[in-house]
Design a binder for this molecule. Structure first.
Ligand SMILES: Nc1ncnc2c1ncn2[C@@H]1O[C@H](COP(=O)(O)OP(=O)(O)O)[C@@H](O)[C@H]1O
Ligand SMILES: [Mg+2]
Length: 636
């Protein structure tokens, strides 16, 4: 018998506590009842929350009786890490979680008690696929939803689908059922609202049907479903209230009305509830968050004797120097906020040099070159480690390419969290999708022919992708030799045209020496495989991708690299697993549509699909990320 192995998680290293200031100490020592902490960035809100949790546990409280909630997976992971580092034990049930994960846990437990399978969550791309599918059917007059005449041309567009999804989200968050929306539409004479109400109903029916053995749920419905459960199931609500002694919420400015309601059901009875946040840092308004929650907190969450909850302000900023604090105060003074604003009067401590400068440059590439130059200077002259610097951008997927080029040519190592990029932008997944793109003609084109959009740019992308593996030198050699061979045959075609032709008809590559030909032969082979499989009757995108992946042999290579500790290989494998996952779900849901539809679907994703865990970019590199992703993190 093989020896039994046990996976043991290393105990987290214990870090020493910081010395709290007076206001922080007041929060940690707060016992009994609701408390609101308002404070600006870097004042130690999260630190204080962590210390409060640690103090409870050290005073003998059962960790299971404490719940710390926040809004993004990243923030929850960070909170868990910081608590674990202070307590020095790993907890069985995660004590810090997102509202969504908490709500899901509740529903799953309730389902288990009833003997039902756990609810299954739809991913964002799945929701989009279902919505667009329904809309397409409705445009052809199928189903019960009739959109007003004036919207007819819009119904099948991507924009309409995303507007509709947004409307449904808002309705879920505010607890507006289809009935109510229909009623409002009737009273206001809005036939579009009424159609949307019927659509919501149809969507709910379809998603429930699609997974008949378990309840498939839109994540937006999750909080509502948990609220309904707590409202209707006395046993569950009693058990939760008996279990939870103290509840903490970090980044409370990001709550939406549904989350506030869930909180009120759990801890609105005057028990220990500490919320911390900064109304000036609300970043999720685009998905329905509203600072009303944090502003109304004292009135809504009252102490046992009926008095409004007290507020504590933290005002010592430990993250930024005087210059930065001063500038942010000037900006924020133009933004309306709560009536009392002690939390805006920050006093910086610590000797940070903080210099703010504005540079106006004329193009994106100049901008990138300038930033690369500044980073190099900071690293080489001032000795700032790469990993202590970050570049914030509006959109990682749009700006990354330019930045990456500038950084690479300036020798600046760069890292991007893989969950910052939509799946279709991750190099490994993109290479497989590009094969699909070059091999399978879009609808309306002759399936026997190559896609008409298969051009030089796509050919070069394929050749230099992880699948082709060509570098700049190989590319140059390939072009030269193809041109020479063509000229000898009396053809004066551009090297770009010849490269595309060689990938379609690898016979041309006979005239090219081995080294230059290897990458092209590899890509040509993969394209041929993709076309062969796609042409088989009933072939799904999964079949095509799988055949290409198998043939590429990259799986084994990356696995070896990953075992030798190469983070890039880990990330690439992750992206490919993510892609196959998405393909499997797509085929599951829409078995009859062809491989091309999957391509459009994945590429239309503007926002990264929720990955299972936020994968931190590690190592010595400058991070490129959006302001949303940067919140709560620190650099020099
Ligand atoms: N009392 C304290 N003494 C020293 N450093 C502190 C103290 N409180 C917080 N810090 C440090 O200040 C920084 C910002 O703290 P953090 O809790 O992340 O702020 P916030 O959540 O308000 O943005 C962290 O590096 C933290 O370690
Ligand atoms: Mg924080």
């Amino acid at each position: 018998m093989p020896p039994p192995y046990r996976l043991v998680r290393p105990a987290p290293a214990v870090v020493a506590p910081v010395v709290l200031d007076d206001a922080q100490r007041r929060v940690v020592e707060h016992r009994r009842g609701p408390l609101r902490v308002l404070a600006g960035p870097g004042t130690g809100k999260t630190t204080t929350l962590v210390e409060a949790v640690v103090a409870r546990i050290e005073a003998g409280a059962d960790p299971e009786s404490i719940l710390a909630l926040t809004f993004s997976r990243r923030a929850a992971a960070e909170l868990r890490m910081r608590i674990a580092a202070r307590v020095g034990v790993t907890m069985r049930e995660p004590l810090a979680r997102t509202f969504h994960s908490y709500a899901y846990g509740l529903l799953r437990r309730a389902a288990a008690l009833r003997g039902d399978p756990p609810p299954r969550l739809l991913s964002g791309p799945e929701q989009d696929a279902v919505i667009r599918d329904l809309l397409a059917g409705q445009a052809e007059g199928k189903g019960s939803v009739v959109w007003p005449e004036r919207l007819a041309v819009a119904v099948t567009t991507r924009g309409f689908a995303s507007e509709l999804r947004d409307l449904m989200l808002r309705a879920y968050e505010r607890g507006v059922p289809p009935r109510q929306l229909d009623e409002w539409g009737r009273r206001r004479g809005r036939d579009d609202w009424r159609a949307a109400a019927r659509f919501m109903q149809e969507y709910a029916d379809v998603t429930a049907l699609a997974a008949s053995h378990s309840v498939a749920m839109d994540p937006a419905e999750l909080i509502r479903a948990a609220i309904d459960l707590l409202r209707t199931d006395a046993e569950t609500v009693d058990a939760e209230r008996a279990r939870l002694r103290s509840v903490y919420v970090d980044e409370y400015q990001d709550s939406d009305p549904a989350q506030d309601e869930l909180l009120a059901l759990l801890a609105g009875d005057g028990r220990d509830l500490i919320v911390v946040g900064d109304p000036d840092q609300s970043i999720y308004a685009f998905r329905g968050a509203s600072t009303q929650g944090i502003l109304d907190f004292p009135e809504r969450f009252r102490q046992a004797d009926g008095a409004p909850a007290p507020t504590v302000a933290l005002t010592v900023c430990r993250r930024s120097g005087a210059g930065l604090v001063d500038a942010s105060r000037r900006v924020i003074s133009h933004v309306s906020g709560p009536r009392r604003q002690e939390h805006r009067d920050l006093a910086p401590v610590g000797a940070y040099a903080s210099e703010i400068s504005v540079h106006v440059l004329t193009s994106a590439s100049q901008e990138a070159a300038y930033i690369a130059h500044r980073l190099r200077e900071a690293h080489l002259r001032e000795g700032t480690p790469w990993s202590r610097m970050a570049v914030l951008v509006r959109s990682t997927s749009r700006q990354l390419a330019v930045l990456r080029r500038a950084f690479v040519s300036a020798g600046v190592p760069v890292a991007v969290n893989s969950d910052e990029l939509p799946l279709s932008e991750q190099p490994a997944a993109r290479a497989l999708l590009d094969i699909l793109d070059a091999a399978v003609p879009p609808e309306g084109e002759d399936p026997e022919q190559w896609p008409s959009h298969f051009d030089e740019a796509l050919a070069v992308a394929l050749l230099t992708s992880p699948l082709g593996g060509a570098d700049a030198l190989t590319m140059r050699r390939l072009r030269q030799q193809l041109r020479r061979a063509a000229a000898a045959a009396g053809d004066e075609l551009s090297s770009g045209t010849l490269v595309v032709a060689a990938l379609r008809e690898p016979g041309d590559l006979l005239a090219v020496d081995d080294r230059a030909a290897a990458a092209a032969l590899q890509v040509a082979g993969l394209l041929a495989t993709a076309r062969r499989i796609a042409a088989e009757p009933g072939a799904t995108v999964e079949d095509v991708l799988w055949a290409v992946w198998q043939e590429s042999g990259l799986g084994a290579r990356w696995q070896r690299a990953s075992l030798h500790g190469a983070p890039a290989a880990d990330r690439d494998l992750d992206a490919v697993v993510g892609l196959f996952d998405a393909a499997a779900r797509f085929v599951d849901r829409l078995p009859k549509v062809g491989p091309r539809a999957f391509l459009d679907h994945v590429r239309s994703q503007q926002i990264p699909a929720d990955s299972l865990a936020a994968k931190a970019a590690s190592g010595e590199a400058v991070r490129v990320l959006t302001a949303h992703a940067a919140k709560g993190l620190e650099w020099d």
